[in-house]
Design a protein around this ligand. Structure first.
Ligand code: FAD
Ligand code: 2HG
Ligand code: ZN
Length: 481
């Protein structure tokens, strides 16, 4: 599935799990949380895409930070490698073992610790599922600052560890800003209490930031403190068609100018992505038939004054229509219709999975260049592949998905390293929001200088001197302890 996977060798300094180890884990966790059952392991060993597969014989389910600490302290002393696992929805092969690493799943640590109804600050354990947190907050009149298609399974600890972006990023920004504090357990079992609930705190280095987006390579995130925004009363969603990419870009600029503070999502998909969804997902229809447009854009507004927000959106849509930026469009009339629009955008990942093999790239690029790589890829691959371009246009984040009936080395050789070289040549990022995981550990140099990568490797050594935490991921194997 890629160059990284083919080059990896099991690190010979790691031990293998013995009967004695299992006995010790049962003493720490009790019988039920030490899982050797083949069926449960076969699920935990494979990623969401069914693309990356490990052969771990052991899954541990701690219920407290203290249990995580005792597990890691023991694993470190025994040189047993581990892979932290949340909802296992990651798309870069980071959440499953490569060989026989012990899987530490956080799913049993799913309590809400506190919620401050004045400040909107939520403190919870890392295994809470994103959608459950959002439902909890809805009852209190707040929302999570992030939303993504995998919300029903992904965990806040996984979101933090991947620095997930998603659909609300354009409004509420990165988790680097929204996460106020963390508790994390280091490889040697040290529990780092950085669980601040303060918005401002400039006392020394902001170490929690290192855990945001480090994909379980520096520690296991056990608790999270997060600033949540108030739930506003009026939401509108428009599903629009544009004839060319330049119109999508101009529409984005206009939306930022004219919708300003109420703009809460700006997403796009191309005609090929729409086709994929219509072909492979049941009950989905194009809200603007016939489906002949080249691009579709979803614009969501969220504000606190229903008639003002609606008027603002309508005036924006009218002027964009008159200016020729939009060819057609429809505004959702109720929540059901709005979810059916979102289903199209959020369903692309699922649809493309059903179509066969998929090569996924998650790129940050200058917005005016972003779609060029989709077109170049189409020319390179010809009819052998379906090339889809969609994503978070408001954040200049392209999801380039290449769909073929089966995995094929010749197709792969046409895609990589071209896609990385092209991205690097345009000073883009080869991972906008999904992370590097196993898939791109060897490709980090396309987006980071060698000095930067060296410093990352030094930090990794400082935090995890035996390299037991999520080995083979994030950094090239040659630089890992
Ligand atoms: P996992 O997949 O279990 O793990 C991901 C990584 O984090 C692994 O490296 C793992 O070792 C590490 N990890 C997990 N939990 C912890 C922990 N507690 N402590 C330390 N390390 C940990 N991503 C986006 O950014 N934006 C999107 O819009 C988006 N949409 C998606 C839609 C679909 C349908 C799917 C399947 C995935 C999508 N993703 C998206 C990718 C994925 O959902 C996110 O990366 C998510 O944040 C992963 O959370 P998880 O709990 O499933 O983590
Ligand atoms: C999205 O925005 C996700 O839908 C998944 O980040 C993208 O499947 C993908 O490539
Ligand atoms: Zn995305």
């Amino acid at each position: 599935f890629g160059s990284t996977t083919k080059l990896i060798q099991r690190n010979p300094s790691f031990a293998t799990v013995s009967a004695e180890d299992i006995k010790h884990f049962k003493e720490i966790l009790g019988e039920k949380s030490v899982i050797e059952d083949e069926d449960r392991l076969s699920i935990a060993n494979v990623d969401w895409m069914n693309k990356y597969k490990g052969s771990s014989k052991l899954l541990l389910q701690p219920r407290s930070s203290d249990e995580v600490s005792r597990i890691l302290k023991y694993c470190n002393s025994r040189r047993l490698a581990v892979v932290p696992q949340g909802g296992n929805t990651g798309l870069v092969g980071g959440s499953v073992p490569v060989f026989d690493e012990v899987i530490i799943n956080l799913g049993s640590m799913n309590s809400i610790i506190s919620f401050d109804e004045v400040s909107g600050i939520l403190v919870c354990e890392a295994g809470c599922i994103l959608e459950n947190l959002d439902s909890f907050l809805a009852n209190k009149g707040f929302i999570m600052p992030l939303d993504l298609g995998a919300k029903g399974s992904c965990q806040i600890g996984g979101n933090v560890s991947t620095n997930a972006g998603g659909l609300r990023f354009v409004r509420y920004g990165s988790l680097h800003g929204n996460i106020l504090g963390l508790e994390a357990v280091l490889a040697n079992g040290t529990v780092l209490d950085m669980l601040s609930t303060l918005c401002k705190d400039n006392t020394g280095y902001d170490l929690k930031q290192l855990f945001i987006g480090s994909e379980g390579s520096l520690g296991i995130v056990t608790k999270v403190s997060i600033l949540t925004p108030p739930k506003l009363s009026s939401t509108n969603l428009a599903f629009l068609a544009c004839n060319d990419y330049i119109s999508c870009q101009k529409l984005l600029l206009e939306a930022k100018r004219k919708l300003g503070e109420v703009l809460s999502a700006f997403e796009f998909l191309d005609n090929q992505s729409m086709d994929m969804v219509l072909t492979h997902l049941e009950g989905v229809r194009n809200p603007i038939p016939p489906s002949e447009y080249n691009f579709y854009v979803l614009i969501e507004t969220t504000g606190s004054d229903e008639s003002y927000d609606r008027e603002k959106l309508e005036a924006f849509l009218l002027s964009s229509m008159e200016g020729g930026l939009i060819s057609d469009g429809v505004v959702a009339q109720d929540m059901n219709q709005a979810s059916s629009f979102w289903r199209i955008r959020e369903g692309i990942t699922e649809a493309v999975m059903k179509a066969g093999a998929v090569y996924k790239y998650d790129l940050s690029l200058p917005v005016e260049k972003m779609y060029q790589i989709v077109e170049e890829m189409r020319l390179r691959l010809g009819p052998a592949a379906k090339v889809l371009g969609y994503g978070h246009l408001g954040d200049a984040n392209l999801h380039l998905n290449i769909s073929t009936s089966q995995y094929d080395d010749n197709v792969f050789a046409q895609i990589e390293p071209f896609v990385y070289e092209w991205t690097s040549g345009n000073r883009g990022s080869i991972s906008a929001e999904h992370g590097l995981g196993l898939m791109k550990a060897n490709e980090i140099h396309y987006s980071k200088s060698s000095e930067t990568v060296q410093l990352m490797a030094s930090i990794k050594k400082l935090f995890d001197s035996n390299g037991i935490l999520n080995p083979y991921k994030v950094l090239p194997q040659s630089l890992l302890p």
